[in-house]
Design a protein around this ligand. Sequence first.
Ligand code: NAD
Length: 359
Amino acid sequence: MKHKITLIPGDGIGPEVVEAARRCIEATGVKIDWEEALAGQDAMDKFGDLLPAETLESIKRNKVCLKGPISTPIGTGFRSVNVAIRHALDLYACLRPAKSYVGVKSYYKDIDLVVVRENSEDLYAGIEFEEGKPETKELTVQIEKFSKKKIRPDSGISIKPISKFATERIARFAFEYAKNFGRRKVTVVTKANIMKFTDGLFLATVREVAKKYEGRIAFEEALVDNMAMQLVQKPHNYDLLLLPNLYGDILSDLCAGLAGGLGIAPGANIGDGLAVFEAVHGSAPKYKGLNKVNPTAMILSGVLMLRYLNEEEAAAKLENAVRKVIAEGKSVTYDLKADPKDPSAVGTREMASAIILHL
Ligand code: NAD
């Protein structure tokens, strides 16, 4: 079967790591017809739009996209093309596995965690009121009236909406993922003891969904502050973490750090029938065009994509080839060498070629 997939090269180091991933994915033998689409600065230069309708249409049509990182221009008023894509396509589940590979520098061994982060609401909803604005003052008066609490007059306000609807669908996603990919336990992480009507609602809703999986997938609850410490002290006690947007953002970076950092951290943003696969790292503009950075995170995002496409054999083959190249430690980029100045470090393209040789 041939898959049609939207390919967004992105900017900065994006085009280099995306090209490396494309070559590795093709070398597995899976047939793919790539449809290239633009977003970010390239799209701005060509169409006068950071996120052209054609690009969103392409993803909707093909249902699957492999995407390079895109810089967020500072001072344009546009928040982030990456966030805009997730919102426009309602990609409500952010999936970030954090896994150890022998040969990657880390304080920990055998990390195997999956973070499932709600992607559509919470403090990321972008509902904010600036300090000093008339609407902020008006809102403050209303909030003080209803809550009987004082807000300092020189405050800015960010709103944290959490709904039953969005929580239920992310909880279902997490448990279904656990069931389909053999994870043994789901830990829901909130601050429900303090934010009773938002985190409390998230927790209560997840509990209801968890009941349907009783006896099949273990379920436990944790508070986010304690979880940060537990992950640093006993990361092997955990398996799949399910979190609202903000905590998910923070703890997924922590988990990436446990496994060895941004260079190897893949990710996916998934909605109903649509999915965009991308590395956790950004566009690292200072390395642009130098053929220097690590393509692993993008290639492992390709592995997640192959699994999503039910190409399990190709996914396992590619992940194994990545594992072997990193374990050998020869044909790897500077960041995977014991000494980052090691002259034997290879470039992005060469590391991809070594992975292809192992396929
Ligand atoms: P970044 O991830 O781009 O880079 C931070 C540092 O991490 C780099 O300087 C580099 O030392 C290291 N690094 C990142 N990727 C690497 C790789 N593949 N191999 C080796 N080292 C790597 O983060 P930043 O500097 O905060 O962001 C740069 C731009 O990327 C910003 O405009 C930001 O908005 C954007 N960004 C985009 C995404 C996305 O597209 N999803 C995600 C994060 C940041």
